[in-house]
Design a protein around this ligand. Sequence first.
Ligand SMILES: Cc1ncc(COP(=O)(O)O)c(C=O)c1O
Length: 494
Amino acid sequence: MPKKETFQDLSLPALKGEQELWRWLYTELRAAILGGRLKPGARLPSTRSLAKQYSLSRGTVIAAFDQLLSEGYIRTQVSSGTYVAPIMPGQWLQANRRRSTLKVPASKATLSKRARAMIHGIDLLAPSHSVGKAFRSYEPAIDLFPVELWSRVASRVLRHAPRSLYGHGAAGGYQPLRRAIAEYIGGARGVRCVPEQIIVTSGAQQALDLAARFLLDPGDHVWMEDPGYSGTTQTLRAAGAKIIPVPVDQDGFDVKAARKLSPKARMAYVTPANQFPLGVTMSADRRLELLNWAASIGAWIVEDDYDGEYRYHGRPVAALQSLDHSGSVIYIGTFTKMLFNALRLGFMVVPERLANAFEAARSFVDRHPPTLDQAILAEFITEGHFGLHVRKMRQTYLERLSVLKEAAQKHLDGLLTIEDAAAGMRTIGWLPAGASDKLASKQASMLGLEVSALSAFALKKTQKPGLILGFAGCTPHELRRGVSVLSTDLRGSR
Ligand SMILES: Cc1ncc(COP(=O)(O)O)c(C=O)c1O
């Protein structure tokens, strides 16, 4: 048997730099143990003799021993002494040794097929490093969000929140928030529901995901607006649905065309108040036709009312859900567009018979939304700040839209025709026939603008070339600057 190295054979390297003495001793002893120079079971000298050997105080040696002891490297035996532990902490010592000597092949484990289909072609939204950039279309006016008011409400709520709000919350959402939402959307959007039908979600996107996951089976046909919101297309694909692109005209989603394409679809996805991205409103007769179809064959309608509150001309159009007597509509709303993106709170209103099932299903997805944020939002709504903010923003967005139109008339005449948006936070700038909107948007992004091509949202039907221009979140100054940059871009590519 080879001779076991004893502590006396070890000479610890000298102290380097300005390390504390106890830490130096601890590190060197640990290295000797891990490196195998001090074997399991080896006896360590007494603290007194070690202190003498290295000219240390006894307290320093005791501190190093205490640390080794608490990490499991050494053991003490009453009236016998201190020994290197027989098994090293967490068995990781061995793994550690192997790593240093063996070549481990790189893992061949792969993503699932489903995940690969899910993420195919996705453009990740970059986190906002600035606000109000021309022509970002998915952000409201963060520059005008009443941050101080929000903080006051938040600190009051946090100061008075009972300890129970720090515990586990309800899967469907915080009850006072569900009540506040039900009351608000009843008045503002004509949505008929009781609080128990509301499931608070992480924005509209999670509501879309839950609806697709829990109401569809792989292979089910889903009517999807063409052009339409890519976030929905991806979610439907992820759920394994077969997407049936349905054309949209000036009256919105073409129900007759849809019935011809796939009469027995299981779900229809629509944005009736402000079609994404064309901005048209679905006509009353098409709404009724869609509801009748769904009721007659037992299909679902997902109504995405992501920014239905911002209507600039005529009276606000009530939600499709308000006409639904059969319980076929899943209504979706979001506070990310009404307040600010980072809040990530939205909701879905499900028919009464689905309420329990959705609560149960949601509970295993991510348990529940953050309760304290929900409590702050509930207070913000019930104290009337939310309604006031939305009314103010409606006025502001109308003003920003006219700034955009005015500047475009001056600088983009003949290059881009701005659609007079009746609703929402963005509009379309039509390019001359034959132009490439993908190329124009690519060049605009190289000049620092955030502009999407309309054709990027087309599924099957070829669209006239157009650029999607957000205006709600951009200051008038930024809108004018953006128009001037865009005019350079478009003139250059003529
Ligand atoms: C039509 C539409 N639906 C849903 C969403 C998702 O909204 P949220 O950010 O609340 O998840 C968006 C976001 O831009 C959207 O444009």
